[in-house]
Design a binder for this molecule. Structure first.
Ligand SMILES: [Zn+2]
Length: 304
């Protein structure tokens, strides 16, 4: 890469080393990679990542209960899908057709009060469940799928942008699928949130092997703006609200302690004074530490 894929800046810096989780069947626990940060827009990317074939193979093997849990109603409650569906309905000019990019089991798109409900999903098991719920599923990845152009009043695209490498290309496809005046809602991790900045390269979000990058509010607005999509609503969100704020603080505290201890051990490792079992623990992904660490932003295609 010789420039940032979002803002085209030519200056960036290495943030630190990532130790991967084995969260896809094709991923390797503890594999090392480097996190980079664009000096222009703050966009983060990771190198090296799983190659495209390994990623696609991993996605295809995901079971329908793997992401979001086995109970759909619990997932809908945790992800606050009902108020999100209400908000999108209030912002959309019409409600003829909706498309959920990465619809998985169709948990979200099934809630939208539209005549047509479409989804793009690569997991065969999850796509099968969505079809049983009446969702018109295109079983493919987002860059090969070809839903009708200028057809959708509402597009949702939750937990997807961090899985792809061509941010401007994705934005162009989303804009092309929207009717003029239609809206697209994006949910993704916020690389500029307090906990992400405190954790550096050890933020849990970067350790997830299917994540190739992370946005800031500025970089996401620039990527969507490159396709003519204008911001109409935004908030900082929990991906899943915690059972208690106290528990969330405890998890973040544990993760920060792990980060400091592991950084010290890794720096001592060059002197060969750390036993290998201890180093293996230091190079494990950080313990779970969720916070209000997601962007939730809605964009509109110009009406005319
Ligand atoms: Zn940039």
């Amino acid at each position: 890469m010789n420039h940032c894929e979002v803002c085209c800046a030519t200056k960036w810096s290495a943030v630190g080393t990532i130790y991967r989780a084995r969260d896809l069947p094709t991923a390797v626990e503890g594999a090392e990679a480097t996190l980079y940060r664009c000096d222009g827009c703050g966009f983060r990317w990771i190198h090296p990542t799983l190659d495209e074939e390994a990623l696609l193979a991993g996605y295809r093997m995901i079971e329908a209960g793997a992401w979001g849990g086995a109970v759909e109603s619990d997932h809908i409650e945790r992800r606050q899908f009902v108020p999100k569906a209400r908000l999108l309905a209030s912002l959309a000019p019409q409600r003829h057709a909706a498309l959920d990019v990465g619809c998985f089991r169709g948990d979200f798109v099934s809630l939208l009060d539209c005549e047509e409900r479409w989804g793009i999903e690569i997991s065969s098991a999850a796509a099968s469940v969505a079809r049983q719920r009446g969702v018109n599923v295109i079983e493919d990845n987002v860059f090969d799928a070809a839903p009708p152009r200028e057809h959708f009043d509402i597009i949702s695209c939750f937990d997807v942008v961090e899985h792809v490498t061509d941010q401007r290309g994705l934005a162009a496809r989303l804009a092309d699928w929207l009717k003029p005046g239609g809206i697209v809602a994006i949910e993704t991790g916020n690389a500029d949130c307090l906990v992400a900045r405190a954790m550096g390269a050890r933020w849990y979000y970067y350790a997830l092997s299917q994540h190739l990058c992370a946005h800031t509010a500025r970089s996401l607005d620039l990527a969507m703006g490159s396709a003519g999509l204008e911001l109409v609503h935004c908030k900082h969100a929990w991906h899943q609200p915690p059972q208690s704020q106290l528990r969330a603080f405890a998890y973040v505290g544990t993760a920060l302690t792990h980060r400091v201890a592991s950084d010290i051990l890794v720096s001592l490792d060059s002197a060969c004074i750390v036993p290998s079992p201890v180093m293996n623990l230091a190079k494990r992904p950080s313990p779970q530490h969720y916070s209000r660490d997601h962007l939730w932003r809605v964009y509109r295609r110009a009406a005319g």
